[in-house]
Ligand binder design. Structure first.
Ligand code: 6GU
Length: 242
């Protein structure tokens, strides 16, 4: 997958996109990241990229010319005719795991990171295929949301996760939160690891984990729990005492 990012602050991406799993994915050739500094595309003699809003009001609006020129430059380097182009905005559709899985199937993705009071609407009408928000709060720009999305999308690319990191039984994917995890030592500062995890009985461990998942979801995310339909086995598990 080739990811193209239009931004006024490419340096913000260096740490998060150059560390840990994303770094490895890039080294393994599973994804490429390219940054396009919007300011460098400005034809204004002072390389201006924003201006006052027509109709008045506070703040500045990003002007169309540098963004459109950056976009055309990117498109000339892309496979396919209309690459998915994502504009990060608190006005967008809420990002979720299903969206990450769907976007992970694309060969090319373009991200447009806005700043100030946003981007001239004509740019959005012309090039944007998806307007996305990462949650109901306001951030100073689209860079952090873009990185959040790229992280979630990258790990859904086939081959990114090893088999034992397989995502089928992780939080959210199944509709439930994950069960609690423990590692050595067996006792730490007086607190013991649940006995069943030391038993070596795989079936008992599986049932214990499923029960914990259900309990933790009911307690912390009643909204998820309500949507989840219990299997026969799960109903039995919940009826059993302790
Ligand atoms: Cl995508 N952008 C900004 N500026 N703020 C946000 C957001 C996006 N998602 C949540 N808050």
């Amino acid at each position: 997958m080739n990811i193209h990012i239009m931004t006024l602050f490419p340096e913000m991406f260096e740490g998060p996109m150059g560390s840990s799993m994303i770094k490895r994915g890039r080294e393994d050739g599973l994804l490429t990241l390219e940054y396009y500094h919007i300011r460098e595309f400005s034809k204004n003699k002072h390389q201006k990229v924003d201006d006052y809003p027509y109709g008045g009001g506070s703040g500045m609006v990003m002007t169309p010319q540098p963004i459109m020129d950056a976009y055309r430059h990117i498109k000339s380097r892309c496979k396919g005719s209309k690459p998915r182009t994502i504009y990060l905005t608190p006005k967008g559709k809420l990002f979720h795991q299903g969206m990450a899985e769907e976007l992970a199937k694309e060969e090319e993705l373009i991200f447009l990171c806005g700043h100030y009071e946003g981007v001239d609407q004509r740019v959005i009408d012309e090039i944007v295929t998806d307007e996305v928000s990462i949650g109901d709060y306001v951030l100073t720009g689209g860079e952090l949301p873009a990185m959040v999305m790229i992280d979630a999308i990258a790990r859904m690319i086939p081959g990114f996760l090893s088999c034992d990191e397989a995502y089928e039984d992780e939080s959210i994917y199944s509709g439930l939160l994950e069960y609690p995890q423990y590692t050595r030592p067996r006792e730490f500062e007086g607190n013991k690891v649940p006995e069943v995890l030391l038993s070596g009985d795989h079936e008992k461990v599986r049932l214990w984990r499923r029960k914990k998942s259900l309990e933790v979801t009911a307690e912390k995310r009643p909204d998820l729990y309500e949507k989840y339909s219990l299997s026969k086995e799960e109903e039995k598990l919940l009826k059993k005492k302790k």
